[in-house]
Design a protein around this ligand. Structure first.
Ligand code: T4K
Length: 417
Protein backbone atom coordinates (compact mmCIF):
# COMPACT_ATOMS: atom_id res chain seq x y z
CA UNK A 1 0.00 0.00 0.00
CA UNK A 2 1.29 3.51 -0.79
CA UNK A 3 0.10 7.05 -0.20
CA UNK A 4 -1.86 6.81 -3.47
CA UNK A 5 -4.12 4.45 -1.57
CA UNK A 6 -5.21 7.27 0.68
CA UNK A 7 -6.66 9.22 -2.25
CA UNK A 8 -10.43 9.71 -2.08
CA UNK A 9 -10.98 7.35 -5.05
CA UNK A 10 -9.13 4.47 -3.41
CA UNK A 11 -10.69 5.19 -0.01
CA UNK A 12 -14.13 4.91 -1.56
CA UNK A 13 -13.24 1.48 -2.93
CA UNK A 14 -12.17 0.11 0.47
CA UNK A 15 -14.11 -2.83 1.81
CA UNK A 16 -16.27 -1.63 4.73
CA UNK A 17 -14.82 -2.02 8.25
CA UNK A 18 -15.56 -5.27 10.06
CA UNK A 19 -17.69 -3.44 12.59
CA UNK A 20 -20.16 -2.83 9.74
CA UNK A 21 -19.61 -5.85 7.50
CA UNK A 22 -19.18 -8.46 10.22
CA UNK A 23 -16.12 -9.89 8.42
CA UNK A 24 -12.76 -9.16 10.06
CA UNK A 25 -9.78 -8.56 7.79
CA UNK A 26 -7.70 -10.89 9.99
CA UNK A 27 -8.98 -14.39 10.69
CA UNK A 28 -6.57 -14.76 13.64
CA UNK A 29 -5.68 -12.16 16.27
CA UNK A 30 -3.02 -9.76 15.03
CA UNK A 31 -0.99 -9.17 18.19
CA UNK A 32 0.75 -5.95 19.07
CA UNK A 33 4.02 -7.82 19.17
CA UNK A 34 5.44 -11.31 18.86
CA UNK A 35 8.71 -12.22 20.52
CA UNK A 36 11.60 -13.39 18.34
CA UNK A 37 12.59 -16.99 18.88
CA UNK A 38 16.20 -18.14 18.63
CA UNK A 39 17.67 -20.70 16.24
CA UNK A 40 16.67 -23.93 17.97
CA UNK A 41 20.02 -25.65 17.62
CA UNK A 42 21.98 -22.85 19.22
CA UNK A 43 19.49 -22.54 22.05
CA UNK A 44 19.48 -26.31 22.61
CA UNK A 45 23.28 -26.32 22.84
CA UNK A 46 23.23 -23.56 25.44
CA UNK A 47 20.59 -25.38 27.47
CA UNK A 48 22.61 -28.60 27.22
CA UNK A 49 25.62 -26.70 28.61
CA UNK A 50 23.51 -25.69 31.62
CA UNK A 51 22.43 -29.29 32.16
CA UNK A 52 26.02 -30.50 31.94
CA UNK A 53 27.27 -27.93 34.42
CA UNK A 54 24.24 -28.25 36.68
CA UNK A 55 24.55 -24.51 37.31
CA UNK A 56 21.21 -22.70 36.93
CA UNK A 57 21.64 -19.35 38.65
CA UNK A 58 23.84 -17.27 41.04
CA UNK A 59 26.57 -15.69 38.93
CA UNK A 60 26.58 -18.38 36.25
CA UNK A 61 28.70 -18.44 33.12
CA UNK A 62 25.91 -17.58 30.71
CA UNK A 63 24.68 -14.59 32.70
CA UNK A 64 28.24 -13.29 32.77
CA UNK A 65 28.61 -13.88 29.05
CA UNK A 66 25.37 -12.03 28.34
CA UNK A 67 26.32 -9.14 30.62
CA UNK A 68 29.62 -8.75 28.83
CA UNK A 69 27.98 -8.78 25.40
CA UNK A 70 25.36 -6.28 26.54
CA UNK A 71 27.88 -3.98 28.20
CA UNK A 72 29.80 -3.92 24.95
CA UNK A 73 26.75 -3.37 22.77
CA UNK A 74 25.17 -0.78 25.07
CA UNK A 75 28.49 1.03 25.49
CA UNK A 76 28.22 1.40 29.25
CA UNK A 77 30.71 1.04 32.11
CA UNK A 78 28.85 -1.98 33.46
CA UNK A 79 25.74 -4.02 32.82
CA UNK A 80 24.09 -6.01 35.61
CA UNK A 81 21.45 -8.45 34.37
CA UNK A 82 18.19 -8.77 36.32
CA UNK A 83 15.18 -11.07 36.49
CA UNK A 84 13.01 -8.26 35.05
CA UNK A 85 13.00 -4.52 34.43
CA UNK A 86 10.79 -3.73 37.43
CA UNK A 87 13.16 -5.22 40.00
CA UNK A 88 16.06 -3.61 38.12
CA UNK A 89 14.34 -0.23 38.60
CA UNK A 90 13.76 -0.92 42.30
CA UNK A 91 17.41 -1.79 42.82
CA UNK A 92 18.69 1.13 40.73
CA UNK A 93 16.77 3.56 42.94
CA UNK A 94 17.80 1.75 46.11
CA UNK A 95 21.47 1.81 45.16
CA UNK A 96 21.51 5.62 45.07
CA UNK A 97 20.48 6.16 48.73
CA UNK A 98 17.55 8.38 47.87
CA UNK A 99 15.03 9.96 50.21
CA UNK A 100 11.85 11.98 49.98
CA UNK A 101 10.48 12.63 46.49
CA UNK A 102 11.29 11.43 43.00
CA UNK A 103 9.96 13.33 40.00
CA UNK A 104 8.65 11.15 37.19
CA UNK A 105 6.25 11.01 34.26
CA UNK A 106 2.70 9.70 34.52
CA UNK A 107 2.86 8.60 30.86
CA UNK A 108 4.54 5.25 31.44
CA UNK A 109 3.95 1.63 32.40
CA UNK A 110 2.96 1.25 36.10
CA UNK A 111 6.33 -0.39 36.92
CA UNK A 112 8.13 2.97 36.72
CA UNK A 113 6.08 4.54 39.48
CA UNK A 114 5.72 1.35 41.53
CA UNK A 115 9.53 1.16 41.78
CA UNK A 116 9.56 4.57 43.48
CA UNK A 117 6.79 3.58 45.90
CA UNK A 118 8.41 0.20 46.70
CA UNK A 119 11.48 2.13 47.84
CA UNK A 120 9.39 4.10 50.34
CA UNK A 121 9.81 7.24 48.23
CA UNK A 122 7.06 9.56 47.03
CA UNK A 123 6.45 9.88 43.31
CA UNK A 124 5.81 13.40 42.06
CA UNK A 125 4.17 13.49 38.66
CA UNK A 126 5.43 15.96 36.11
CA UNK A 127 3.65 16.76 32.86
CA UNK A 128 5.10 15.69 29.53
CA UNK A 129 6.06 17.53 26.39
CA UNK A 130 3.13 17.12 23.97
CA UNK A 131 5.44 16.55 20.98
CA UNK A 132 8.10 14.15 22.31
CA UNK A 133 5.82 12.54 24.98
CA UNK A 134 8.76 12.73 27.43
CA UNK A 135 9.17 14.56 30.74
CA UNK A 136 8.86 18.33 30.31
CA UNK A 137 12.10 19.53 31.90
CA UNK A 138 10.95 23.09 32.54
CA UNK A 139 7.93 21.75 34.46
CA UNK A 140 10.22 19.35 36.34
CA UNK A 141 12.39 22.31 37.39
CA UNK A 142 9.32 23.93 38.97
CA UNK A 143 8.53 20.75 40.91
CA UNK A 144 11.96 20.35 42.50
CA UNK A 145 11.81 21.04 46.24
CA UNK A 146 13.95 20.40 49.32
CA UNK A 147 12.42 16.94 49.42
CA UNK A 148 13.41 15.96 45.88
CA UNK A 149 16.33 13.55 45.63
CA UNK A 150 16.04 12.21 42.08
CA UNK A 151 14.45 12.31 38.66
CA UNK A 152 13.11 9.17 36.98
CA UNK A 153 12.40 10.08 33.35
CA UNK A 154 11.36 7.50 30.74
CA UNK A 155 12.62 7.40 27.14
CA UNK A 156 9.09 6.62 26.11
CA UNK A 157 8.68 4.40 23.03
CA UNK A 158 12.48 4.59 22.72
CA UNK A 159 12.49 8.34 22.10
CA UNK A 160 15.36 9.94 24.05
CA UNK A 161 14.42 12.47 26.73
CA UNK A 162 15.90 15.96 26.77
CA UNK A 163 18.99 14.48 28.36
CA UNK A 164 21.04 17.67 28.38
CA UNK A 165 18.23 19.64 30.01
CA UNK A 166 17.82 16.89 32.60
CA UNK A 167 21.58 16.74 33.22
CA UNK A 168 21.67 20.49 33.76
CA UNK A 169 18.73 20.44 36.16
CA UNK A 170 20.19 17.51 38.10
CA UNK A 171 23.53 19.21 38.43
CA UNK A 172 22.04 22.56 39.49
CA UNK A 173 19.82 20.97 42.14
CA UNK A 174 22.07 18.10 43.24
CA UNK A 175 19.74 15.35 42.03
CA UNK A 176 20.39 11.79 40.90
CA UNK A 177 18.92 10.66 37.58
CA UNK A 178 17.73 7.14 36.83
CA UNK A 179 16.50 6.72 33.29
CA UNK A 180 13.83 4.15 32.60
CA UNK A 181 15.18 2.95 29.27
CA UNK A 182 12.87 -0.08 29.09
CA UNK A 183 11.94 0.84 25.50
CA UNK A 184 15.28 2.21 24.40
CA UNK A 185 17.53 -0.80 23.83
CA UNK A 186 20.34 0.07 21.43
CA UNK A 187 19.27 3.69 20.91
CA UNK A 188 22.13 6.15 20.40
CA UNK A 189 21.58 9.84 21.13
CA UNK A 190 23.96 12.70 20.38
CA UNK A 191 26.70 10.23 19.62
CA UNK A 192 26.37 8.45 22.97
CA UNK A 193 24.64 5.16 23.72
CA UNK A 194 21.39 5.87 25.57
CA UNK A 195 22.54 4.10 28.76
CA UNK A 196 25.41 6.54 29.20
CA UNK A 197 23.18 9.39 30.33
CA UNK A 198 22.22 9.98 33.96
CA UNK A 199 23.43 8.20 37.12
CA UNK A 200 21.99 4.83 36.03
CA UNK A 201 19.68 3.47 33.32
CA UNK A 202 17.38 0.48 33.35
CA UNK A 203 16.38 -1.78 30.45
CA UNK A 204 13.63 -4.36 30.23
CA UNK A 205 14.16 -7.64 28.42
CA UNK A 206 10.56 -8.78 28.73
CA UNK A 207 9.28 -11.00 25.92
CA UNK A 208 7.47 -8.02 24.40
CA UNK A 209 10.68 -6.06 23.96
CA UNK A 210 12.89 -5.62 20.93
CA UNK A 211 15.63 -7.67 22.60
CA UNK A 212 14.39 -10.11 25.20
CA UNK A 213 15.24 -12.96 27.55
CA UNK A 214 11.61 -14.00 28.14
CA UNK A 215 11.66 -12.17 31.45
CA UNK A 216 14.66 -10.02 32.21
CA UNK A 217 16.19 -6.60 32.53
CA UNK A 218 19.39 -4.77 33.35
CA UNK A 219 20.84 -1.87 35.26
CA UNK A 220 23.64 -0.11 33.41
CA UNK A 221 25.93 2.59 34.70
CA UNK A 222 29.32 4.18 34.58
CA UNK A 223 31.71 2.51 37.00
CA UNK A 224 32.74 -0.33 39.28
CA UNK A 225 31.52 1.40 42.45
CA UNK A 226 27.96 1.37 41.14
CA UNK A 227 28.38 -2.11 39.65
CA UNK A 228 29.30 -3.43 43.08
CA UNK A 229 26.40 -1.73 44.86
CA UNK A 230 23.87 -2.84 42.30
CA UNK A 231 25.22 -6.40 42.20
CA UNK A 232 25.10 -6.71 45.99
CA UNK A 233 21.51 -5.47 46.19
CA UNK A 234 20.56 -7.90 43.42
CA UNK A 235 21.76 -10.80 45.58
CA UNK A 236 20.24 -10.11 49.04
CA UNK A 237 23.10 -7.75 49.97
CA UNK A 238 25.35 -10.77 50.54
CA UNK A 239 29.04 -9.82 50.53
CA UNK A 240 30.38 -13.22 51.53
CA UNK A 241 29.49 -16.15 53.78
CA UNK A 242 29.95 -13.98 56.85
CA UNK A 243 28.51 -10.64 55.84
CA UNK A 244 25.28 -9.08 54.56
CA UNK A 245 25.71 -5.37 53.92
CA UNK A 246 22.36 -4.04 52.71
CA UNK A 247 18.63 -4.65 52.30
CA UNK A 248 18.95 -6.53 49.06
CA UNK A 249 16.48 -8.70 47.25
CA UNK A 250 16.61 -11.53 44.76
CA UNK A 251 16.87 -9.87 41.37
CA UNK A 252 19.06 -12.42 39.59
CA UNK A 253 18.58 -13.55 36.01
CA UNK A 254 18.67 -17.33 35.64
CA UNK A 255 21.01 -19.19 33.31
CA UNK A 256 17.99 -20.39 31.32
CA UNK A 257 16.92 -16.84 30.58
CA UNK A 258 20.48 -15.83 29.83
CA UNK A 259 20.70 -18.68 27.31
CA UNK A 260 17.70 -17.23 25.49
CA UNK A 261 19.30 -13.80 25.49
CA UNK A 262 22.61 -15.09 24.15
CA UNK A 263 20.85 -17.00 21.38
CA UNK A 264 18.77 -13.96 20.44
CA UNK A 265 21.62 -11.50 20.66
CA UNK A 266 22.81 -12.24 17.13
CA UNK A 267 19.33 -11.51 15.76
CA UNK A 268 18.98 -7.99 17.18
CA UNK A 269 20.29 -6.17 14.10
CA UNK A 270 17.96 -8.15 11.85
CA UNK A 271 15.05 -7.35 14.18
CA UNK A 272 15.77 -3.62 14.15
CA UNK A 273 16.20 -3.47 10.35
CA UNK A 274 12.93 -5.36 9.82
CA UNK A 275 11.09 -2.97 12.15
CA UNK A 276 12.64 -0.02 10.37
CA UNK A 277 11.29 -1.26 7.01
CA UNK A 278 7.83 -1.87 8.46
CA UNK A 279 7.83 1.55 10.14
CA UNK A 280 8.61 3.17 6.78
CA UNK A 281 5.75 1.22 5.25
CA UNK A 282 3.30 2.44 7.90
CA UNK A 283 4.59 5.99 7.47
CA UNK A 284 4.17 5.99 3.69
CA UNK A 285 0.44 5.46 4.08
CA UNK A 286 -0.39 7.00 7.43
CA UNK A 287 1.87 10.05 7.76
CA UNK A 288 -0.36 12.28 5.66
CA UNK A 289 -3.72 11.06 6.97
CA UNK A 290 -5.69 13.95 8.37
CA UNK A 291 -6.35 13.55 12.07
CA UNK A 292 -3.30 11.38 12.79
CA UNK A 293 -0.30 12.85 14.60
CA UNK A 294 3.00 11.23 15.41
CA UNK A 295 5.54 11.35 18.21
CA UNK A 296 8.19 13.93 17.40
CA UNK A 297 11.42 11.95 17.43
CA UNK A 298 14.40 13.60 19.12
CA UNK A 299 17.01 14.90 16.69
CA UNK A 300 20.48 13.40 16.38
CA UNK A 301 19.25 9.92 17.31
CA UNK A 302 19.77 6.41 15.97
CA UNK A 303 16.35 4.96 16.80
CA UNK A 304 15.43 1.33 17.52
CA UNK A 305 11.91 1.30 16.01
CA UNK A 306 10.57 -0.39 19.13
CA UNK A 307 6.97 0.84 18.79
CA UNK A 308 4.69 2.33 16.15
CA UNK A 309 2.29 4.81 17.69
CA UNK A 310 -0.37 7.11 16.30
CA UNK A 311 -2.17 9.95 18.05
CA UNK A 312 -5.77 10.37 17.01
CA UNK A 313 -7.23 13.88 16.84
CA UNK A 314 -10.89 13.09 17.08
CA UNK A 315 -12.25 16.21 15.37
CA UNK A 316 -10.10 15.76 12.28
CA UNK A 317 -10.01 11.97 12.12
CA UNK A 318 -13.75 11.58 12.61
CA UNK A 319 -13.38 8.96 15.36
CA UNK A 320 -12.01 9.03 18.87
CA UNK A 321 -9.08 6.82 19.85
CA UNK A 322 -11.46 4.52 21.71
CA UNK A 323 -13.77 4.22 18.72
CA UNK A 324 -10.85 3.39 16.42
CA UNK A 325 -9.55 0.90 19.00
CA UNK A 326 -12.91 -0.90 18.97
CA UNK A 327 -13.06 -0.80 15.16
CA UNK A 328 -9.59 -2.39 14.98
CA UNK A 329 -10.53 -5.05 17.54
CA UNK A 330 -13.45 -6.00 15.30
CA UNK A 331 -10.85 -6.55 12.53
CA UNK A 332 -8.87 -8.75 14.98
CA UNK A 333 -6.13 -6.12 15.21
CA UNK A 334 -5.11 -5.97 18.87
CA UNK A 335 -3.77 -2.42 18.97
CA UNK A 336 -3.00 -1.18 22.49
CA UNK A 337 -3.72 2.03 24.39
CA UNK A 338 -0.21 2.47 25.85
CA UNK A 339 -0.22 4.34 28.21
CA UNK A 340 -3.81 4.60 29.31
CA UNK A 341 -4.84 5.00 32.06
CA UNK A 342 -2.07 7.32 33.14
CA UNK A 343 -0.17 6.15 36.21
CA UNK A 344 -1.45 9.26 37.97
CA UNK A 345 -5.00 7.90 37.51
CA UNK A 346 -4.21 4.53 39.10
CA UNK A 347 -5.68 3.86 42.54
CA UNK A 348 -2.41 3.97 44.54
CA UNK A 349 -1.45 7.37 43.13
CA UNK A 350 -4.56 9.27 42.15
CA UNK A 351 -4.85 11.04 45.51
CA UNK A 352 -1.36 12.53 45.32
CA UNK A 353 -1.44 16.32 44.89
CA UNK A 354 0.75 16.03 41.78
CA UNK A 355 -1.72 13.58 40.18
CA UNK A 356 -4.47 16.16 39.68
CA UNK A 357 -5.44 16.07 35.99
CA UNK A 358 -5.36 19.87 35.77
CA UNK A 359 -1.63 19.74 36.55
CA UNK A 360 -0.97 17.18 33.83
CA UNK A 361 -2.89 18.48 30.81
CA UNK A 362 -0.55 17.17 28.10
CA UNK A 363 -0.29 13.71 29.60
CA UNK A 364 -4.05 13.45 30.06
CA UNK A 365 -4.72 14.57 26.49
CA UNK A 366 -2.19 12.13 25.06
CA UNK A 367 -3.44 9.19 27.13
CA UNK A 368 -6.87 9.65 25.56
CA UNK A 369 -5.46 9.86 22.02
CA UNK A 370 -2.62 7.38 21.75
CA UNK A 371 -2.72 3.99 20.05
CA UNK A 372 0.11 1.50 19.44
CA UNK A 373 -0.19 -0.50 16.24
CA UNK A 374 1.35 -3.96 15.75
CA UNK A 375 5.08 -3.88 15.07
CA UNK A 376 7.62 -6.69 15.26
CA UNK A 377 10.31 -8.06 12.98
CA UNK A 378 8.41 -11.08 11.70
CA UNK A 379 5.30 -9.07 10.86
CA UNK A 380 4.61 -9.45 7.13
CA UNK A 381 4.47 -6.42 4.86
CA UNK A 382 1.07 -7.55 3.58
CA UNK A 383 -0.17 -7.59 7.16
CA UNK A 384 1.01 -4.02 7.68
CA UNK A 385 -0.90 -3.10 4.51
CA UNK A 386 -4.01 -4.77 5.90
CA UNK A 387 -3.66 -2.98 9.25
CA UNK A 388 -3.33 0.31 7.39
CA UNK A 389 -6.42 -0.61 5.41
CA UNK A 390 -8.30 -1.28 8.66
CA UNK A 391 -7.42 2.22 9.91
CA UNK A 392 -8.35 3.88 6.62
CA UNK A 393 -11.58 1.90 6.22
CA UNK A 394 -12.68 2.93 9.72
CA UNK A 395 -11.90 6.55 8.93
CA UNK A 396 -13.67 6.43 5.57
CA UNK A 397 -16.85 5.17 7.26
CA UNK A 398 -16.41 7.18 10.46
CA UNK A 399 -20.05 8.23 11.08
CA UNK A 400 -21.35 4.66 10.61
CA UNK A 401 -18.50 3.24 12.73
CA UNK A 402 -19.32 5.72 15.48
CA UNK A 403 -22.97 4.73 15.36
CA UNK A 404 -22.07 1.01 15.45
CA UNK A 405 -19.76 1.53 18.45
CA UNK A 406 -22.54 3.39 20.27
CA UNK A 407 -25.00 0.59 19.42
CA UNK A 408 -22.60 -2.06 20.77
CA UNK A 409 -22.06 -0.02 23.95
CA UNK A 410 -25.80 0.30 24.39
CA UNK A 411 -26.32 -3.43 23.89
CA UNK A 412 -23.48 -4.24 26.31
CA UNK A 413 -24.90 -1.94 29.00
CA UNK A 414 -28.36 -3.45 28.40
CA UNK A 415 -27.11 -7.00 28.81
CA UNK A 416 -25.15 -6.18 31.97
CA UNK A 417 -28.06 -4.27 33.56
N1 T4K B 1 9.23 0.62 32.41
C1 T4K B 1 8.54 0.72 31.27
C2 T4K B 1 8.48 2.05 30.59
C3 T4K B 1 7.91 -0.40 30.72
O1 T4K B 1 7.19 -0.29 29.58
C4 T4K B 1 8.01 -1.64 31.39
C5 T4K B 1 7.35 -2.81 30.86
C6 T4K B 1 8.75 -1.70 32.59
C7 T4K B 1 9.35 -0.54 33.07
C8 T4K B 1 8.89 -2.96 33.38
O2 T4K B 1 9.69 -3.94 32.75
P1 T4K B 1 9.44 -5.52 33.05
O3 T4K B 1 9.40 -5.70 34.54
O4 T4K B 1 8.13 -5.92 32.40
O5 T4K B 1 10.65 -6.18 32.44
C9 T4K B 1 3.73 -5.45 28.51
C10 T4K B 1 4.94 -6.03 29.20
O6 T4K B 1 4.60 -7.04 30.13
C11 T4K B 1 5.79 -5.02 29.89
O7 T4K B 1 7.08 -5.60 30.02
C12 T4K B 1 5.93 -3.74 29.09
N2 T4K B 1 6.64 -2.73 29.81
C13 T4K B 1 4.57 -3.22 28.70
C14 T4K B 1 4.68 -1.97 27.87
O8 T4K B 1 3.92 -4.20 27.92
P2 T4K B 1 1.19 -5.92 28.84
O9 T4K B 1 0.44 -6.30 30.08
O10 T4K B 1 0.62 -4.88 27.99
O11 T4K B 1 1.59 -7.22 27.96
P3 T4K B 1 0.66 -8.30 27.27
O12 T4K B 1 0.79 -9.59 27.99
O13 T4K B 1 -0.71 -7.75 27.08
O14 T4K B 1 1.39 -8.49 25.87
C15 T4K B 1 1.39 -7.51 24.85
C16 T4K B 1 1.31 -8.20 23.51
O15 T4K B 1 2.39 -9.08 23.32
C17 T4K B 1 0.06 -9.03 23.33
O16 T4K B 1 -0.47 -8.70 22.06
C18 T4K B 1 0.51 -10.48 23.33
C19 T4K B 1 1.97 -10.40 22.94
N3 T4K B 1 2.79 -11.39 23.63
C20 T4K B 1 3.03 -11.21 24.97
C21 T4K B 1 3.80 -12.11 25.66
C22 T4K B 1 4.07 -11.92 27.14
C23 T4K B 1 3.31 -12.47 22.95
O17 T4K B 1 3.07 -12.62 21.75
N4 T4K B 1 4.08 -13.37 23.63
C24 T4K B 1 4.37 -13.23 24.96
O18 T4K B 1 5.11 -14.06 25.54
O19 T4K B 1 2.63 -5.44 29.35
Amino acid sequence: MSDQHTSSASLASLRPPALLSGTPRFAEPMHLTRPRVPHERMFAELIASIFRSRWFTNDGTLVRQLEEALQHRLGTGFCAAFCNGTVALQVALRSLDLSGEVITTPFTFPATVHAIEWNGLTPVFCDIDPETYNLDVSRAAELVSDRTSALLPVHVFGNPCDVTGIDRLAEQRGLKVVYDAAHAFDVVHRGRPIGCWGSLSVFSFHATKLFHTGEGGAVVGPDDVMRRRVSLLRNFGIVNEDEVCGVGLNGKLSELHAALGIALFELVDEEIRARERLTARYNRSLAAVEGLRFQCRSADTLPNYAYYTVEIEEERFGLSRDELHIALRAENVLARKYFYPLCSQNEPYKYLPSAEPAKLPNANRLASRILCLPLYGELQEEDVDKIIECVLAARAAAPSVRAAVARHALLASGSSA
